[in-house]
Design a protein around this ligand. Structure first.
Ligand code: GYE
Length: 328
C-alpha cells in the first residue's frame, strides 16, 4: 500500500515537472503532437472597419481552414467590452488557444489574467497591449507601427526637400487609444520635427473608417483651407479624404498631397490614379504565421515573443506595377 501511494505521488510530481498545466490546458499531453482536428482556437477580431481588416479576417479564416484547425470567430464591432466578452466566452468554452487583435492598448490585464489562470495561452495579433506583465501573452505577431509612421515622415521630408515655405499637415488619426494610431502618430512626429517648416495644423480621429475620414476632412478643410498634406493613418480614411477634397472642388494628390498606411487594393488604385501620393505598406496577411504559432504553443514549444511583419512602401509607379498581382 505504502509503495502504491509513493508511486502515485511520484507520478504526480513527474506530471507537474513536465509542465502539464501550461500549454495543454491540463490534459497531460504536452509535447505530444496534437491532431489539428483536435485543436480549437478562439479569435476575437476588432471589427470590419477597413479594407485591411476585411483582408485580415479572410486570411486568418482561410489559413485555419487550410490547416484543418477549428477557429471560433467573433467580431467586436470596434468595442473593447465586446472583445472582453468574447475572450471570456472562449475561456468558458475551454479553447486551446485564444488569439486577438486588441482594439485599444490599455485595459486588458484583468481578462488576460483570467485566461492565464485558466491556463489558456493568448496570442496577440496585429495590435499590442500596454501591459507591464508580458507573461499575460505568449507571442505578439504584427507590424512595427512606429516604423510605419517614420516611413510616412521620411517620404514627406524627401518630397519637400529644398522648400523653405511652411508645409501644413492635417493628420487623420486611427481609433483613439489603438496601438497603430498612437505609434503611427509618434513615428511620423519624430521624423518631421527635425524641420520646423512642417506643421501639423489639425489632428483628429476618423476611427480608421472611410466615412470617418471623409467627415473629419470635410470639417477640417473649412478651418484649414490652405493645407498642403493629409497624413491618414490608413488607406480607408485617405479614401474618405479624397471624396471630401473633390467635393470641395480641389484635386487630391495635386492641390493636397496624401500619404497613407496599409496598401490595400482600393488605396493602391488611388495611388496608381495619382489621388494618393505615397503608401506605407502594412500587411494584413497574418493567418499562416498565426497557425504556426498555435501549432508551436499546442506542442508545448515556446514561440518567439515578438514577430514583426515584413513590409515595404509604394509610390505611384510601384503601385501600378504591384496592382495586377495584389492579393488584398
Ligand atoms: O492599418 C487599419 C485597421 O491594426 C494595423 O487597423 C491595423 C489597422 C490598419 O483598421 O486599416
Amino acid at each position: 500500500m505504502k509503495k502504491l501511494i509513493t508511486a502515485i505521488a511520484a507520478g504526480a510530481m513527474i506530471m507537474a515537472l513536465a509542465g502539464c498545466s501550461s500549454a495543454d490546458g491540463g490534459t497531460g499531453d504536452t509535447g505530444a503532437a496534437k491532431d489539428p482536428s483536435d485543436i480549437v482556437v478562439g479569435f476575437a477580431q476588432v471589427g470590419a472597419e477597413s479594407g485591411w481588416r476585411t483582408a485580415n479576417t479572410k486570411d486568418i479564416q482561410d489559413s485555419f481552414k487550410t490547416a484543418g484547425i477549428e477557429l471560433k470567430f467573433s467580431d467586436a464591432q470596434q468595442k473593447q467590452e465586446n472583445q472582453i466578452k468574447a475572450i471570456r466566452s472562449y475561456i468558458t468554452q475551454g479553447v486551446d488557444v485564444i488569439a486577438f487583435s486588441p482594439v485599444v492598448e490599455t485595459g486588458w490585464d484583468a481578462v488576460l489574467k483570467e485566461a492565464k489562470d485558466a491556463e489558456i495561452p493568448v496570442v496577440l495579433t496585429d495590435r499590442a497591449v500596454d501591459s507591464k506583465d508580458d507573461s499575460l501573452y505568449v507571442s505578439f505577431l504584427g507590424s512595427d507601427f512606429i516604423e510605419e509612421g517614420k516611413k510616412a515622415g521620411d517620404w514627406l521630408v524627401s518630397e519637400y526637400e529644398g522648400q523653405t515655405d511652411p508645409v501644413k499637415i492635417i493628420q487623420l488619426e486611427g481609433t483613439t487609444g489603438a496601438a497603430p494610431a498612437i505609434d503611427r502618430a509618434e513615428g511620423f512626429a519624430d521624423v518631421i520635427k527635425a524641420d520646423s517648416k512642417f506643421e501639423i495644423v489639425a489632428s483628429q480621429t476618423g476611427d480608421f473608417t472611410r466615412a470617418g475620414g471623409k467627415q473629419v476632412t470635410e470639417a477640417l478643410l473649412k478651418s484649414n483651407p490652405d493645407v498642403d498634406v493629409i497624413y491618414a493613418h490608413n488607406d480607408d480614411m485617405g479614401l474618405g479624404a479624397i471624396e471630401a477634397i473633390e467635393a470641395a472642388g480641389l484635386v487630391p494628390g495635386t492641390d493636397i498631397k496624401i500619404v497613407t498606411v496599409d496598401a490595400v487594393k482600393d488605396g493602391m488604385q488611388a495611388l496608381a490614379d495619382g489621388k494618393i501620393n505615397f503608401i506605407v505598406e502594412c500587411s494584413p496577411l497574418l493567418g499562416k504565421q498565426l497557425v504556426d504559432i498555435v501549432n508551436q504553443v499546442v506542442a508545448g514549444e515556446t514561440p518567439e515573443k515578438r514577430i514583426i511583419t515584413e513590409e515595404t512602401t509604394f509610390d505611384q509607379e510601384q503601385a501600378i506595377a504591384a496592382l495586377p498581382t495584389r492579393q488584398y
